[in-house]
Design a protein around this ligand. Structure first.
Ligand SMILES: Cc1cc2nc3c(=O)[nH]c(=O)nc-3n(C[C@H](O)[C@H](O)[C@H](O)COP(=O)(O)OP(=O)(O)OC[C@H]3O[C@@H](n4cnc5c(N)ncnc54)[C@H](O)[C@@H]3O)c2cc1C
Length: 451
């Protein structure tokens, strides 16, 4: 039990912190939600918005035979505030849930401000109090001071790796005499519907790859220095799922044509043929004035991004409203520190949520905020903490992060591979995924009906 009447302190008004605040507040717990922006910057967030999406505006698939679609449905059943706000801010993106990021944040800020149990305080927290229940949700760009504190209370160093974000360009600067909208195989599929496609011939593609791989990058040293400021450097590497496009392109001439630039099913209506490669652009805001370059996270110098990306047919005059950039990712060694309720093993009044606890992806971070909010409330109320069934995607994620091999621990994204095997034999992947999905959602329905 918390042993006093102090409010629940939540550090960080990002995806996880906002969801946690809501879940605790609706359970009758007074909450102080601390957000350091706009007084202090993270280097990647652009303003003061709560739950600002720092990169892609897509929250992933809505389809129930995809892991991120199942996770989203679990969150709907659990009464997630952020999923509700995302649906109110949705922009067209086929079967994916993509949002206008400004509208999304505005809905969240309004709901939290109107909740009587929540006080939003715009201050950086530099110390973790010993006499108060706390949720630490300061994210992958936690301030140096709080990172030091996390190191101190966790008894081990933070871990780091590099990641990168993709550029955003103005719709009006795309040449639509060259670029075309088309769905892969004419299907309005998760990743493809509503996208603008820039086609490249073999020659154009090869010149582009050559320019990309030889373009000037931001020296790595400056990132190491940035990371070193105030916190001890730990492990650093690229996260395989979010490789900078120039690193991927350097692996082989065809790496992009088989990866983010794969052209299959994207017939150019003007030629009636499949291009050699395709760059896809996804709508980024509700009014459709901004598009992001799908899979084009990068660490090139800004002037090099302009030079090289304008070689892509249709983007000759592209206006960049945001350039790609490298960023830091901070996370704790969850298997050594947390249990599956997201509570610290050694310090039971402290909970972790979001990217910091080793969950990867927007939806996973929201799910972590939801569980931490529920469990911090239960802790304060002297109730037993909730462990989600591991047949659920969210339950499997939290089981994974709390029990993985601590030596090689890396953040985990929602996927079917972490679920316990099915009892029945299946003939195809499709059938297996459908059964995983049904089992997960049945468990979630039973659980949240009781909650
Ligand atoms: C640059 C970047 C790009 C990313 N792109 C994607 C993507 O495209 N898709 C995807 O699924 N995931 C992406 N991620 C990973 C992750 O899903 C997001 O970072 C997500 O926002 C993490 O949620 P969070 O709640 O853990 O942290 P955040 O949403 O970052 O929230 C943490 C909050 O804590 C605040 N804060 C930090 N320190 C303090 C302090 N001491 N006191 C008070 N407040 C503090 C910060 O200002 C911030 O608002 C990206 C991560 C980064 C860093």
């Amino acid at each position: 039990m918390s042993g006093n009447n102090k409010p629940l302190m939540i550090i960080g008004g990002g995806l996880a912190g906002c969801e946690a605040a809501w879940q605790a507040a609706i359970r009758g717990i007074p909450v102080e939600l601390y957000e350091m922006r706009p007084k202090c910057s993270t280097g990647a967030h652009t303003g003061a918005d709560l739950a600002e999406l720092v990169c892609s505006n897509s929250l992933g698939s809505n389809l129930k035979d995809r892991a991120s679609g199942v996770l989203k449905e679990e969150l709907r059943l659990a009464g997630s505030l952020l999923v509700e706000c995302a649906e109110r801010a949705a922009v067209p993106a086929g079967n994916a849930l993509a949002v206008d990021r400004k509208v999304f944040s505005a809905h969240i800020e309004q709901k939290l401000s109107e909740q009587a149990n929540i006080k939003i305080i715009r201050e950086e927290i530099q110390e973790i109090p010993a006499d108060q229940t706390v949720i630490i949700a300061s994210g992958p760009l936690s301030s140096p001071a709080i990172s030091d504190e996390i190191s101190r209370i966790c008894g081990s160093d933070n871990l780091f790796f590099f990641d990168a974000i993709a550029p955003i360009i103005e719709y009006s600067s795309i040449d639509l005499d060259i670029a075309y909208t088309a769905s892969r195989y004419n299907k309005n599929d998760e990743d493809e519907g509503d996208y603008i496609n820039c086609p490249l011939s073999k020659e154009e593609y090869e010149s582009f790859v050559n320019a990309l791989t030889t373009a000037q990058r931001i020296p790595l040293k400056s990132f190491e220095d940035a990371i070193d400021s105030g916190v001890q450097a730990g492990k650093m590497s690229f996260f395989e799922g979010c490789l900078p496009v120039e690193i991927l392109a350097g692996r082989s001439m065809q790496a992009l044509a088989f990866g983010p630039m794969r052209p299959v099913g994207l017939i150019d209506p003007r030629t009636g043929k499949r291009p050699w490669a395709v760059l896809q652009l996804r709508q980024d805001n509700m009014s459709g004035s901004l598009y992001n370059m799908v899979g084009f996270q990068t660490n090139l110098l800004q002037k090099e991004q302009e030079r090289v990306f304008r070689m892509i047919p249709g983007l000759e005059n592209a206006q960049f409203v945001r350039f790609g950039q490298m960023h830091r990712n901070t996370y704790i060694c969850a298997p050594s520190v947390l249990n599956a309720s997201l509570q610290m093993i050694k310090n039971t009044s402290v909970f972790f949520a979001g990217q910091l606890c080793g969950v990867e992806g927007y939806m996973g971070n929201i799910a972590a905020g939801l569980l931490a909010g529920i469990n911090a409330s239960r802790y304060i109320q002297g109730k037993e903490l909730l462990v989600l069934p591991d047949e659920m995607i969210s339950g499997a994620l939290f089981k994974y992060i709390s029990s993985a091999d601590a030596k090689n621990f890396q953040p985990m994204k929602a996927n079917f591979g972490i679920l316990p095997p099915l009892a029945a034999k299946t003939k195809s992947k499709r059938e297996r995924y459908a059964l995983y999905s049904r089992r997960a959602l049945t468990k979630a329905e039973e659980l949240f009906e009781r909650e």
